[in-house]
Every structure is written in structure tokens, then in C-alpha cells.
Design a protein around this ligand. Structure first.
Ligand SMILES: Nc1ncnc2c1ncn2[C@@H]1O[C@H](COP(=O)(O)OP(=O)(O)OP(=O)(O)O)[C@@H](O)[C@H]1O
Ligand SMILES: [Mg+2]
Length: 362
């Protein structure tokens, strides 16, 4: 079970030098606009992913007039430490340097719900894949290896297509087919299990988000063309092999597991026809079901929700909070705090953020 017992932040955006000791349950951070709420969520996300969800640039997250940032978190027996600048990239766990981000994700699995990352329902395929593979990775940590192999192989194939090296393609087609079939098997299995969780007892708590009579459904789209059996290595290989001439003309592989997606629907209506409110509510159901699924496997992720009330009305806020409390995951929520009565119901630990200074609310 992942719980951040202590968090220290140094020179990360407008959060200069401080530490907090969050509770194991729901932590609420209140502040007006531009005080540092999203920055705090971004810092915690960074600790679990070794990247930001807002930018690829290290320079952007380092506080103005400083040349490095530092983050430290005590998560159970593990002390994660980051020190990063434009030239330094130091990450350690219990004082041992690590270079492997998947180890971080295992120590500190993080599920994030933020308008900055976009909704999953009617979201981009890239965003859908990122949530899907986050789940797959936590259920099957060694899936990270097969993704690496797939991406490396795909890169080689695209280079061979551009340079017209037809003779060398066959070897890499076989390798890609093998990796793709495994990725597809993992993704299909994960989504099947996730769907079973949607009807779990705890999931009932989310019914205020969407009328239980409505039929919320999602289907995996493997990225491979119709007619290819996505979990069969041979079928994928044959497709690649048969289409070599076309691929040599297009010069890149525009089908494959790197194009996978999830197609959502509500009452058989495609996700693109849903209202923004429906897309929001269904996205939250999907994300929280992923969390519950992992909780059932005794992998309790830390949940980050930025700007809670801007996304939901009070009835929905209430159901999300009661759900998170019931499944006992450590949660970090930010809010402007104009509608605290709903949130106070579940007795969170409250902190105030003012101009980058975080203090427990008395
Ligand atoms: N690298 C940086 N160094 C210092 N300050 C920064 C840096 N990057 C952003 N900021 C500042 O941090 C402040 C807080 O930003 P943040 O996005 O956390 O606000 P917020 O509390 O989430 O506000 P809102 O309620 O509007 O979402 C902003 O004024 C922003 O300009
Ligand atoms: Mg914000």
C-alpha cells in the first residue's frame, strides 16, 4: 500500500523550501488561484513518474532564479529522493541511485485526475493508452520490457522502410509481431478484468456520477487492421509480411499497438456525442475503477485530484470522496475552497496554500 508519510519540496515551481506530513486518508489543499495547488500535484506526480504531466522541460519546473529542484518522499520503508537540474539527474531510493523509472512507479503508483491531462472519455488515443498501460504495468510489472522491445523494433522497422532495406525487414517483422501479440494479450486481459470491477460492490458508490440504468461500455481497439487477430503472433506477422510493398511506399508503419485506443460509449452512443459533463463523469468512473482494481490486488495507488469542484457538482464530489474513503487510498485533492461544506463531510486533513507556502489548517 503506497502512502506518502512525509513530503519535502525544494525549488519546484513556486514551492520553494518546505515539508508536509500528509495523513493516510484524504488530504485537501485549499488556496486561491495561482497559489501553488497544481504545482503541488505536479511535484507528487513527478515523484512517481519521473516526469511532469504539464511539460517536458526541466527548466520550466525549477523555481525562477534557481538552478535545480529537489523532492523527497518517505513512502513506507522507502525514501525517494530527486535532485534535478539541466545537467544533473539524480534519483535515489534509500540512498541508492536508480536509473529505472518503473521501480519508482512500483514504490509510488499514482493515479491522477486533472483537467491538465485531459479526460480519457473522448480523449486522445495517446492519453487513453497512457492510462491503459499504467494499469497493465501495475498488474504485470514485466510488461514494461515488452513495451521497450516493441518501441525499439518499431523504430528499426521505420528506419528500414525509409532506407528501403527490404531484405532486413522480415527479422524485425517477426520480432514486432511477437511483442505486439503479448502487449495485446496484456491489454485485453486487463480491460476484461477492469470491466468486472465496474460492477463491484464499492463501485456502486459511484452511481451518483451516472444513472445506474445507463449502459457505460468500453471496447479495446488494438491499432491493428480488421482481419488481424491481435493476440496471434502469426496473424500479425502475416499481415506485415503481405503488406511489405505498401509499407515500403508509405515509409512507416501506421498500424500497430502504438496506435491502440479504447472506444467508450454510453447507451451505445459513441463517446464523441456525449456532453462534456457526461465525458467528465465517465472518465472519473473509469479512473476510479482502475484504482479500485489495484486496491483489490493490494496495490493501493496514491490518488491526485486537481481542482476537484471545478469538475463536479456537490452530489458528485460527495460520491467521489466517499468512494475514496471507502477504498482507503491516500488522496491529495486541491480546491479553491468556495464550497467546503460538501468536502468537510468526510473530515479530510486540510492544508492551506498561500503564495507557495503550505500550512496545516488550524
Ligand atoms: N518555475 C516557476 N517558478 C516560480 N513560479 C512558478 C513557476 N512556474 C509557475 N509558477 C507560478 O506558480 C504559481 C502557482 O501556479 P499553480 O498552477 O500551482 O496555481 P493554482 O493554485 O493551481 O491556481 P489555479 O486555482 O488557478 O489552478 C503561478 O503564479 C505560476 O506563475
Ligand atoms: Mg491549478
Amino acid at each position: 500500500m503506497a502512502v506518502i508519510d512525509k513530503l519535502s519540496i525544494g525549488q519546484f515551481r513556486n514551492l520553494i523550501c518546505q515539508y508536509i506530513t500528509p495523513s493516510k486518508g484524504i488530504n485537501l489543499f485549499i488556496g486561491n488561484n495561482a497559489q501553488g495547488k497544481t504545482n503541488l500535484i505536479e511535484a507528487i506526480y513527478y515523484l512517481g513518474h519521473n516526469r511532469s504531466f504539464k511539460t517536458k522541460s526541466i527548466k520550466e519546473v525549477i523555481s525562477f532564479n534557481y538552478d535545480k529542484f529537489q523532492l523527497e518522499a518517505q513512502v513506507g520503508d522507502c525514501r525517494i529522493r530527486f535532485e534535478k537540474s539541466k545537467i544533473k539527474n539524480f534519483i535515489s531510493v534509500n540512498q541508492q541511485r536508480i536509473n529505472n523509472t518503473s521501480r519508482l512507479s512500483q514504490i509510488l503508483p499514482i493515479q491522477i485526475i486533472t483537467p491538465d491531462k485531459g479526460f480519457i472519455v473522448n480523449g486522445t488515443p495517446k492519453n487513453k493508452r497512457s492510462y491503459l498501460d499504467w494499469g497493465v504495468f501495475h498488474v504485470k510489472p514485466d510488461s514494461a520490457k515488452v513495451f521497450k522491445t516493441y518501441n525499439k523494433t518499431l523504430k528499426n522497422i521505420n528506419t528500414l522502410l525509409v532506407t528501403n532495406k527490404e531484405n532486413e525487414l522480415d527479422f524485425w517483422f517477426l520480432a514486432l509481431a511477437k511483442a505486439a501479440a503479448e502487449i495485446n494479450k496484456n491489454r485485453v486481459k486487463y480491460l476484461q478484468k477492469l470491466k468486472e470491477t465496474t460492477f463491484d460492490n464499492q463501485a456502486e458508490l459511484l452511481s451518483p456520477l451516472i444513472d445506474p440504468l445507463n449502459k457505460f461500455d468500453y471496447k479495446f481497439s488494438s491499432g491493428w487492421p480488421k482481419g488481424v487477430d491481435e493476440i496471434n503472433e502469426q496473424s500479425i506477422y502475416q499481415y506485415l509480411s503481405k503488406n511489405t510493398t505498401t509499407l515500403l511506399k508509405t515509409k512507416y508503419l501506421n498500424y500497430g499497438s502504438h496506435k491502440a485506443s479504447i472506444n467508450f460509449s454510453l447507451n451505445d452512443k459513441n463517446e464523441c456525442f456525449l456532453s462534456r459533463g457526461e465525458q467528465k463523469a465517465l472518465s472519473i468512473i473509469f479512473w476510479l475503477t482502475q484504482v479500485l482494481f489495484l486496491v483489490n490486488l493490494k496495490i493501493n495507488p496514491v490518488v491526485l485530484i486537481d481542482d476537484l469542484s471545478s469538475e463536479l457538482d456537490s452530489k458528485k464530489i460527495n460520491s467521489v470522496l466517499h468512494y475514496l474513503k471507502a477504498i482507503k487510498v491516500q488522496t491529495f485533492i486541491t480546491d479553491i475552497g468556495h464550497n467546503l461544506s460538501t468536502i468537510n463531510n468526510i473530515k479530510p486533513t486540510i492544508f492551506q496554500i498561500d503564495d507557495g507556502i503550505i500550512q496545516p489548517m488550524k
